[in-house]
Design a protein around this ligand. Structure first.
Ligand code: PA5
Length: 390
């Protein structure tokens, strides 16, 4: 179960005012259409694809020491979030899973090229467009390295391509004999964690993808709409920053996934709540000053999880309560979502809860929840500049 404590926000009369609008949004989501396939989990991935993922992930586990996932934005954040949340801090996974293509750091790539030198390696490159600079440049260099390490036949077993089913450079490469997965056309990057994009790397880490999907199907829809309304009310009260606060650092990348989900969904037409992340209690010793005493444009959403039988964890839970109390005294509302367990089922519920809340928030702001023109502006300028050089 997920427990929702929205008590510091709740204004029942104001919530009711949204009834008509929420009814329309529910209909839109239910009826489906452009970029809405993420809403029905059965449209995210078919039974056959789940089985293919299971088969290929077993192959990967048995045939490499190093599994490199190349992708950026929605093509990596969801998988990284779930793997980090559900695998141990140390001695993480076998094979080791490394994410690449998330920056243009030459140092990172050089170090990775050295690191893979003597390791049996399999690569999964993930890009819906097949044109994203960071992904394609990184993959091109890793591919060269793989060609030095393996003959053509072996190479075909060691490069897995996840991309659009018909278009793009990666699809052309995939069709020349590599194992490949299709990314559903009507699902954007930030809503794609429960598709082939996220589920293959997640399965390689040993996480149970059936339970993740089952959790997503059993999310709490009413609470997702309520949370979206509360965010909208706070936005209208000039609360322009939402801090996603976590007290379990394993959820750091889940927080980064949330930043993308809400940032790209709502931040457009000069509108939106700026999503931020606080890794507590660490950040209470730095940003805590601002939360408590700075410009009062902040509210927070805490994602809480209680581990059992651990003295330190008792202190962690006291901190969750007392920090929320202190923030509330300063006019910073705290919305607390508590997971009974940190497992596949609960993270599945949480993923879909936030996806529905983010999309609803976009509709309430009257922006298109599913485009990202701002991201495309920088991508296009970069491409133009690079063309000049050629
Ligand atoms: O949400 C989005 O659409 C973006 O953040 C993309 O995920 C990101 O830019 C990567 O794009 P692609 O998968 O086409 O390489």
């Amino acid at each position: 179960m997920l427990n929702f404590d929205f008590n510091t926000y709740q204004k029942p009369k104001k919530l009711k005012k949204y009834n008509k609008e929420i009814f329309k949004i529910k209909e839109t989501l239910k009826n489906g259409g452009e970029m809405l396939d993420w809403y029905n989990i059965d449209n995210c991935i078919s039974y056959e694809e789940v089985n293919k993922i299971k088969t290929i992930s077993e192959y990967i586990k048995n045939n490499c020491e190093l599994f490199i996932v190349v992708g950026i934005g929605g093509s990596f954040l969801g998988a990284k979030a779930i793997i980090n949340a559900l695998t141990p801090y140390f001695n993480k996974t076998n094979p080791e899973i490394i994410f690449a293509g998330t920056s243009l750091s030459g140092t990172y790539l050089d170090d990775l090229l050295n690191y893979m030198q003597n390791k049996q390696t399999i690569i999964n490159v993930i890009s819906k467009s097949g044109t994203t600079l960071e992904t394609i440049e990184t993959f091109t260099q890793l591919f060269q390295k793989m060609k030095q390490k393996y003959n053509d036949e072996e190479l075909k077993q060691r490069i897995i391509i996840t991309t659009d089913e018909k278009e793009g450079k990666l699809r052309i490469l995939a069709n020349s004999g590599f194992t490949s997965f299709n990314i559903p056309r009507q699902i954007g990057g930030r809503y794609s964690v429960l598709t082939t994009v996220g589920l293959l790397p997640i399965a390689v880490s040993g996480i149970n993808i059936d339970n993740l999907l089952e959790g997503a199907k059993n999310y709490n829809q009413d609470k997702a709409f309520e949370y979206a309304i509360i965010r909208d009310i706070l936005y209208k009260k000039k609360k322009f920053i939402e801090i996603f606060s976590i007290y379990e650092p394993k959820l750091q990348y889940f927080g980064d996934w949330l930043k993308q989900l809400f940032g790209e969904t709502q931040g457009k037409n000069k509108k939106g709540i700026f999503p931020s992340l606080s890794i507590n209690t660490r950040d209470l010793h730095s940003l805590g000053q601002f939360y408590q005493d700075g410009n009062p444009i902040i509210f927070e959403t805490v994602i809480n999880y209680k581990t059992k039988n651990n003295k330190l964890e008792e202190l962690n839970q006291i901190a969750v309560d007392k920090v929320a109390e202190a923030h509330f005294m300063a006019g910073c509302e705290s919305n607390i979502i508590t997971l009974d367990e940190l497992d596949e089922l609960h993270l599945g519920m949480l993923i879909h809860f936030f996806e529905v809340a983010a999309a609803t928030g976009g509709y309430l702001l009257h922006v298109n929840p599913f485009d990202q023109p701002g991201v495309n502006t920088y991508k296009d300028l970069l491409k133009k500049e690079l063309k000049k050089g050629n």
